[in-house]
Design a protein around this ligand. Structure first.
Ligand SMILES: O=C(O)CCC(=O)C(=O)O
Ligand SMILES: [Fe+2]
Length: 261
């Protein structure tokens, strides 16, 4: 089914084309590192996206490998138990853009000019672009019972997510702001170690299905706790690039999707 964008986005609650609203949203993101927009997508659309996600769940790729919080290869010059080399488990899986049905509202949202302009206004960029490869722009993430996304920093300066289905328990997004300063190359091993050891209080984001989240995860350490119960967590990541015609790196595609195209 092809939707009208006016039936997809909750424009009554979120006048994203309205300059003062966009400005207020940008301020919120800049001041707090996160912009949470509950009920951004209308319930019938979410119901249809949950149905699509269930249909495609057998296609999801689950990586078995571990990673450090910086999502970089280990450094053999440092001890194996050094914070830089501490290995973290992420067990969730995902499907890729080409596995999202062509008629899905996700493609419409992702490519919608008003939506893209709102994202630009909020993150303070002149333009954003889809990834050049057929995998990386829209991903649907699956976390079944016991599956999680371990502590990490994002490489990208901002991330956009849309929760489709929350588990009965668990699946909580936890974060600690300003743990490192990526642009200054400050990795802050002590603070990262404290978060990994559970010594630092964390903040949590409460998302309900339909909530759109913009998150600055480059310096904020974050994770999603294991799903508890039979209902899996389904979450969409909408990813854009700062420049046109750029694919996600081959290494990242192999890690996240298990293939290149
Ligand atoms: O699942 C989420 O809510 C966050 C996902 C995330 O942090 C990521 O994909 O980097
Ligand atoms: Fe992340």
């Amino acid at each position: 089914m092809k939707w009208d964008i006016g039936d997809i986005i909750n424009f009554d609650a979120y006048p994203i084309h309205d300059a003062p609203f966009a400005k207020k949203s940008a301020q919120k993101l800049n001041e707090t590192g996160v912009l949470l927009l509950p009920q951004f997508i209308q319930p019938p659309v979410i119901a249809s996206l949950v149905n699509d996600a269930e249909q495609a769940q057998n296609l999801a790729y689950f990586t078995n490998s571990t990673h450090n919080v910086y999502l970089t290869p280990p450094d053999d010059n440092l001890p194996a138990d050094h914070v830089y080399n501490r290995q973290i488990t992420s067990s969730k899986g995902c499907i890729t853009t080409d596995q999202v049905p062509a008629a899905s509202a996700l493609h419409q949202i992702y490519h919608d000019a008003l939506f893209q302009q709102f994202i630009c206004d909020v993150v303070g960029q002149d333009a954003i672009y889809p990834y050049a490869d057929p995998l990386s722009s829209i991903n649907v993430h699956y976390a079944f019972e016991g599956q999680e996304l371990g502590w990490h920093f994002d490489n990208s300066s901002f991330a956009i997510t849309l929760l489709l289905q929350a588990p009965e328990e668990g699946g909580v997004f936890e974060y600690v702001k300003d743990v490192r300063d990526a642009d200054k190359g400050e990795m802050n091993f002590a603070a990262v170690g404290d978060v990994l050891d559970g010594k630092t209080p964390v903040e949590t984001l409460t998302m309900t299905p339909g909530t759109l989240v913009l998150f600055r995860g480059r310096n904020a350490m974050h994770r999603v706790t294991p799903t508890i119960g039979n209902r899996p967590r389904f979450l969409v990541v909408l990813a854009y690039n700062d420049a046109p015609d750029i694919a996600l790196s081959e290494q990242a595609r192999m890690t996240f999707f298990g293939r290149l195209g």
